[in-house]
Write a protein that binds this ligand. Structure first.
Ligand code: ASP
Length: 422
């Protein structure tokens, strides 16, 4: 396998996993797959998650401190956030235009409504409880949430990434504001730590083809019982997928072409390893190590920019997630026969934007936040039950878009700073 480029190895692993999964279902090897294949996928996933928190922390500290002066940090920070917001709002609008023109909710079979409502009612209740907690708090609670009272507690959960980002930024600002004579030891320490983590990532990536093989095989086995759901929700899925593919195959390559001059196929090839890992792990956080590498090595983005833009993007920039939330919300409204006004749709833009910022980069991370979008315009939360059955597949695809969007923004920021280009 060593002769092939990384993307091809991972692609092969994934394809073999897919074929194996299909055979496993056919030959009724489900329990063999779950007992003996799936654990390897879980180990691969855990390894990637394991490096996510230290990597975000160290790369952000390194990224910010290498900017040397605080005004450069402010400029890059502001640019990054503004471009993140603009691309996210654009993605939401694409979702809204599609769902309002295709109207997938109008063709949803009514008899399935009751069936799915009871099938997924427990999960909906669980998610609802988490959302209630968020809703009951003060309107400023999302800011309070970002500031942890204990760094160890925040580092204990990958979904607390915003807190890790906050602490890392604070730490780095402290370092930048001090004279170099006081910080050079710590700076060297972080430099070494960063190299070590990236080396670990290299080691983990050697196992990637086998890891994605196991993940894909297990996923096919998991999905196989739900063929019916896929058929009933076909139009909804098609709507989300068209939107995601539009961003992936048209908007991003075009932006990259305009900004860096990179050709269409070169772009797709350079980003493919990140996309394949995102697809098989459904987690932006787990994909960060690969994404950082691709961004620096293949896109020529400087380490100082990539180390800042990508870790922040893991939680803050989710174009795929926000597009999906817009489609899902309007789809549920259509199924329940609710006509949304223009103001309500604007409200969806706003809440989907906020909730994509608040969603953690983990599998299904945005489901709880979707409840908040639904609540904001009075769409019945029970509607969530209708879409949960196919969420995993859409989660895989939207994660691909989320990580691609981060690299595109990193390239734009890089170009505006250092004039990279071909
Ligand atoms: N799984 C997505 C991600 O990690 C988040 C989501 O949309 O649920 O980017």
């Amino acid at each position: 396998m060593r002769k092939f480029p990384v993307w091809l190895n991972i692609l092969l692993g994934m394809s073999f996993g897919l074929v194996f999964g299909i055979f496993a279902v056919w030959l009724e090897w489900e329990s063999f797959t779950n007992d003996w294949i799936k654990p390897w996928g879980t180990i691969f996933l855990n390894l990637l998650k394991l490096v996510a928190v230290p990597l975000v922390f160290v790369s952000l500290v390194k990224g910010i401190t290498s900017l040397k002066d605080i005004s450069k940090f402010r400029r890059i920070g502001l640019k990054t956030i503004v471009i993140y917001l603009v691309t996210t709002v654009f993605a939401i609008c694409v979702g809204l235009v599609l769902v309002n023109s295709i109207k997938p909710g109008d063709v949803f079979p009514t008899e399935k409504k009751a069936e799915y409502s009871s099938k997924f009612s427990n999960t909906v209740e669980e998610k609802q409880q988490s959302a209630e907690k968020i809703k009951d708090e003060s309107p400023l609670s999302f800011i309070v949430e970002i500031v942890p009272e204990n760094i160890i507690t925040s580092a204990s959960k990958n979904s607390n990434m915003l807190q890790i980002i906050f602490v890392a930024v604070l730490f780095a600002i402290g370092m930048v504001l001090l004279p170099e004579s006081k910080t050079h030891v710590v700076y060297g320490f972080f430099e070494g730590l960063n190299d070590i983590i990236l080396k670990i990532v290299d080691i983990i990536m050697k196992a990637a083809p086998y890891g994605v093989f196991a993940l894909m095989a297990a996923l096919v086995v998991d999905f196989s019982g739900d063929k019916e759901i896929f058929i009933a929700l076909g139009m909804y899925m098609i709507t989300v997928i068209i939107g995601l593919l539009f961003l992936l195959l048209m908007v991003y390559p075009l932006l990259i072409r305009l900004v860096t001059g990179m050709k269409y196929m070169a772009f797709l090839k350079a980003i493919l390893p990140s996309q394949l890992v995102a697809f098989s792990t459904s987690s932006s956080a787990a994909t960060l190590p690969v994404n950082l590498r691709q961004c620096v090595v293949e896109f020529g983005v400087s380490k100082e920019v990539a180390n800042f833009v990508l870790p922040v993007g893991v939680t803050v920039n989710m174009d795929g997630t926000s597009l999906y939330q817009a489609v899902a919300a309007v789809f549920i409204a259509q199924v329940f026969g609710i006509d949304l006004t223009f103001t309500q749709q604007l409200m969806i833009v706003l809440t989907a934007l906020l909730s994509s910022i608040g969603s953690p980069g983990i599998p299904g991370g945005s489901i709880v936040m979707l409840i908040i979008v639904l609540n904001s315009v009075g769409i019945p939360v029970e509607g969530l039950a209708l879409i949960l059955g196919v969420d995993r597949l859409l989660d895989m695809l939207r994660t691909v878009v989320n990580v691609t969007g981060d690299v595109v923004v990193a390239s734009i920021v890089e170009k505006s700073e250092n004039k990279i280009g071909l």
